[in-house]
Ligand binder design. Structure first.
Ligand code: TYM
Length: 363
């Protein structure tokens, strides 16, 4: 059945003699079947931290009412750093428990583990045929990783953006909620979609857009004065942390000796603290300390105390639920199984079309 928006009020009697108008049907089914598709994922390379939460997961939760959402755990992506076989399953389940604890609802969203849906690999192969060495080598994250792990510049690192494109395009997702650091990977995903469409003369893949609420993508800074909060940077506040540990970390955040003139521009380390406060605290709280900065009466100790309190307030209920979900392996297995089935159904339908378009047998 196809739904055509705005078709005039043509009568469509059914076998019971009732008649519906097409616009009525459109409206009724549009919500159920025609919600825009959203996909995003996180690598299971450690626990979720505040960067993951504010940059991605918080948006995952907000989007699940209005979109048809697929949220996955990118365990194949984590293979670039060769995790131990005995850790693979548990690492994925840790993120799964944390997803649920943050409020991703398996009844509303499809939650799955990447390696449970092997369809992705076939699309990854097709997309790789249309990507070129030069452009993959120019991706900043590849260059950074190659610099950081010179003894392990594997082909998986190089083709990381095509695997990410396959993750997205297999569900023909239109929106991808990610933090700022994923912008270049998203550009590659759009390129993959465009190139496939051009090569085969079709309009099959939509060009997926990065999504964020507000007017800019989020980058949560580290507490050590460095650019980004990240697992490999060792500067994270994790969602599972208790109040004491959060207070200790925030207290140790790098600051300086204070402003030397009114309304001074903030140096990066101080701006980082304010950026965190802007996201984790209320507007009033942010404005209060911003004013204190501008009139030079700021006391970093007070600001850190408030910031820690606000972070604890957000994380305390999440922490509690993480502990609950982590101890319920049966539920985690059930959610993963249900998600894998739904994700496979969607990916397999895309692959059938892709095989047809490329010229392969369809089964
Ligand atoms: P990953 O696992 O590094 O990070 C997961 C998500 O968290 C966001 N994020 C941040 N946002 C703001 N500030 C920070 N400090 C911060 N740190 C992390 C990331 O932007 C991301 O949204 N390649 C992806 C995983 C992936 C994926 C995909 C994402 C694989 N396939 C398809 C979307 C669609 C990654 O490594 O994310």
């Amino acid at each position: 059945m196809t739904f055509i928006e705005g078709t005039p009020t043509q009568k469509n009697p059914n076998k019971f003699g009732f008649s519906f108008t097409y616009p009525y049907l459109c409206k009724k089914y549009k919500n159920k079947y025609m919600k825009e598709i959203v996909l995003s994922g996180i690598r299971p390379t450690g626990n979720l931290h505040l960067g993951n939460y504010y940059g991605a997961v918080q948006n995952f939760v907000k989007m699940q009412e209005d979109y048809n959402c697929y949220y996955f755990i990118a365990d194949w992506h984590s293979l670039t750093s060769h995790p131990k076989p005995e850790d693979i399953q548990q690492s994925a389940r840790t993120i799964l428990a944390e997803y649920l604890a943050c409020g991703i609802d398996p009844e509303k969203s499809t939650i799955y583990i990447q390696s449970d849906v092997p369809d992705t690999i076939e699309l990854y192969l097709y997309l790789n045929m249309n990507c070129y060495l030069g452009e993959l080598e120019r991706v900043t994250t590849f260059k950074e990783k190659a610099r950081k792990q010179p003894d392990n510049v594997n082909a998986g690192l190089l083709t990381y953006p095509t695997l990410m494109a396959a993750d997205i395009l297999q569900h023909r997702a239109a929106k991808v909620p990610v933090g700022k650091d994923q912008e270049q990977n998203m550009e590659m995903a759009r390129k993959c979609a465009r190139r496939f469409n051009n090569i085969y003369g079709v309009e099959f893949f939509p060009e997926p857009q990065n999504f964020y609420f507000g007017d800019h993508a989020i980058k949560i800074p580290g507490l050590d004065g460095s650019g980004k909060m990240g697992k490999s940077e060792g500067n994270c506040i994790y969602l599972y942390e208790d109040a004491k540990s959060i207070e200790k970390k925030v207290k140790r955040a790098v600051t300086d000796s204070g402003p030397t003139e009114p309304n001074q521009q903030k140096p990066e380390v101080i701006q980082n603290l304010f950026t965190l406060m802007e996201i984790a605290s209320s507007k009033d709280t942010y404005d209060y300390f911003n004013e204190k900065w501008n009139d030079m009466s700021i006391r970093y100790g007070d600001m850190k105390k408030q910031l820690a309190e606000d972070i604890v307030k957000t994380l305390a209920p999440i922490r509690e639920r993480i502990l609950e979900y982590k101890s319920n392996q049966e539920l985690l297995d059930k959610v993963a199984k249900m998600g894998a089935e739904k994700a496979h159904e969607s990916a397999a339908a895309t692959l059938r079309e892709v095989r047809k378009i490329i010229g392969f047998k369809v089964y």
